[in-house]
Design a protein around this ligand. Structure first.
Ligand code: FRU
Length: 490
């Protein structure tokens, strides 16, 4: 049954490939070949390559019964599409194969995912396994589900219980799973197993307050730079100053797990990305034990231009990023394998904006920019990126307030969502360091990702009528341009 459902999806994709409108397609960000994608799933470095699965509905450019799409890459830049890995087919996952993760055991690739069923008032979410010997074709485990009602009696509701992230610690397998408390708060449950098949409940690892969202999704737990980090995606986290503005947010809890009690002691917490389009991040370990994170470059319930315009596809992944913990904060940087794909095109040096604004046709639809400025303590600077007669993206830095704002207000169509107001901009704190301000910018057709000098990020999509029509890079303010490096991606 499963292989028939997978075959049907793969045939549909092949038949409809030619109908995709390429106008807004990315070049180095992963997308589904046709149809809708959301969360990254099963991110793993397996047999010398990164494998990335994703929530996938190939049959339309809107969310539908979830399959798992699949792609692989050697360098996190060039992705090769692989056949669909999972499709709903069994009694326990007939409503969809929801998010989950991957792990290697005895040379085989295991996927742990949520079997979702929703029919009228009936809703059930259980944790399941599928296995592959070739890394391409997956067979569902005959003993599914492996975690279900008996494991969470009196702890959580089976209606909201999903997104297992599996990992091995010493000789034991663990997984963290998102759940809802009986009074509608988020909680993360910890389970353990000696063999990956037989699971027992360990603890409620962490639970949220009312303000911290009605449900937590897509948890991931890992040890990094001497700390334990728990990341997750809360639904409707309450706004705090400049943080958590989107309908659904992402958060990193930094602290320590007590493996005796199964409790997470939080030392610090902050939003993971300060943009408008970033959700459900998941991490894996690279070949040199580096921790790499990727997320869905979208937000739930926002207008999706590629769907509205019948382009036949919707959704993409962010650029994968390397993680570290510095001063109890999660910081992000561009992975080495991506940096190796850059080819330096242009360098701008030593230009004082006090004398003259700077303007040049530096913008391309695929590019990486590193902008290094010197500012006085009270300096302000504005960059208008991809400017044409029709609009621009605005990046505004205020050194006194120590804030960087990215706005798509002047760029393309409005993208309303389910927030109380239409969000067009967000702000991230950035400290000036000895008067220096350095910013990295990655652009791919309809997306921009900013990395600040503190390793905080802002991810946003934007839609020019015709990508590339805004080629102008403009910068004004009281600053000195030390250097702007503009690179292409090979
Ligand atoms: C997060 C999420 C997950 C769920 C999946 C369904 O974006 O809601 O909790 O498994 O998407 O597609």
């Amino acid at each position: 049954m499963h292989l028939t459902a997978v075959k049907k999806a793969n045939e549909f994709i092949k038949e409809h490939l030619q109908e995709i409108n390429p106008l807004y397609r990315h070049h180095f960000h992963l997308m589904g070949e046709v149809g809708w994608i959301n969360d990254p799933n099963g991110f793993i470095y397996y047999q010398g390559e990164y494998h990335l699965f994703f929530q996938y509905y190939p049959y339309d450019s809107v969310w539908g019964p979830m399959h798992w799409g699949h792609a692989k890459s050697k360098d996190l830049t060039h992705w090769e599409a692989l056949p669909v890995a999972l499709a709903p087919s069994e009694e326990y996952d007939r409503g969809g194969c929801f998010s989950g993760s991957a792990i290697e055991k005895d040379g085989k690739l295991y996927l742990m995912y949520t079997g979702h069923v929703e029919e009228g008032d009936f809703r059930r979410e259980v944790q399941c396994l599928a296995v592959s010997t070739d890394g391409v074709t997956f067979e569902k485990y005959a003993g599914n589900p492996v975690i279900s009602e008996p494991h969470i009696a009196n702890v959580a509701k089976i209606e909201e219980f999903r997104d297992p992230k599996v990992f091995k610690k010493e000789e034991t397998y663990y997984c963290v799973v998102a759940a809802e408390t009986f009074d509608k708060r988020g909680q993360i449950l910890l389970f353990k197993s000696a063999d990956l098949f037989d699971w027992s409940f360990v603890s409620v690892l962490l639970e949220g307050t009312k303000k911290q969202g009605v449900m937590w999704e897509c948890p991931d737990l890992f040890h990094l730079d001497g700390k334990d980090v728990l990341i997750m995606s809360p639904i409707e986290y309450e706004r705090e100053e400049h943080a958590y503005w989107n309908l659904n947010s992402t958060i990193a809890f930094i602290g320590e797990v007590n493996w005796e009690t199964g409790k997470f002691a939080v030392e610090n917490a902050h939003e993971i990305d300060y943009g408008l389009d970033f959700y459900a991040p998941q991490t894996c370990l690279g070949p040199n034990e580096e921790r790499i994170m990727v997320a869905w470059m979208q937000m739930w319930k926002r207008k999706m231009p590629t769907h509205e315009r019948n382009h036949g596809w919707a959704g993409a992944m962010t650029l994968p990023r390397e993680l570290h913990v510095v001063d109890n904060c999660l910081v992000q940087s561009i992975p080495e394998t991506f940096l190796k794909q850059l080819e330096l095109q242009t360098v701008v040096e030593n230009h004082s904006l006090d004398k003259e604004d700077y303007q040049a046709n530096l913008v391309n639809t695929q590019q990486y920019l590193k902008i290094q400025l010197t500012l006085p303590e009270e300096g302000v600077v504005q960059i208008n990126y991809a400017k044409s007669a029709k609009g621009y993206l605005a990046l505004y830095y205020d050194a006194k307030k120590e804030q960087l704002t990215l706005s798509r207000e002047q760029m393309g169509e409005a993208l309303p969502g389910d927030e109380l107001e239409i969000l067009t901009k967000r702000t991230v704190p950035v400290q000036l360091k000895q008067n220096e301000f350095t910013l990295e910018l990655i652009r791919d057709t309809t997306s921009i990702e900013l990395i600040t000098q503190d390793g905080q990020t802002m991810t946003m999509t934007f839609y020019e009528e015709k990508p590339g029509e805004g080629s102008l890079f403009e910068i004004t303010g009281n600053a000195i341009i030390n250097k702007i490096e503009v690179s292409e991606i090979k």
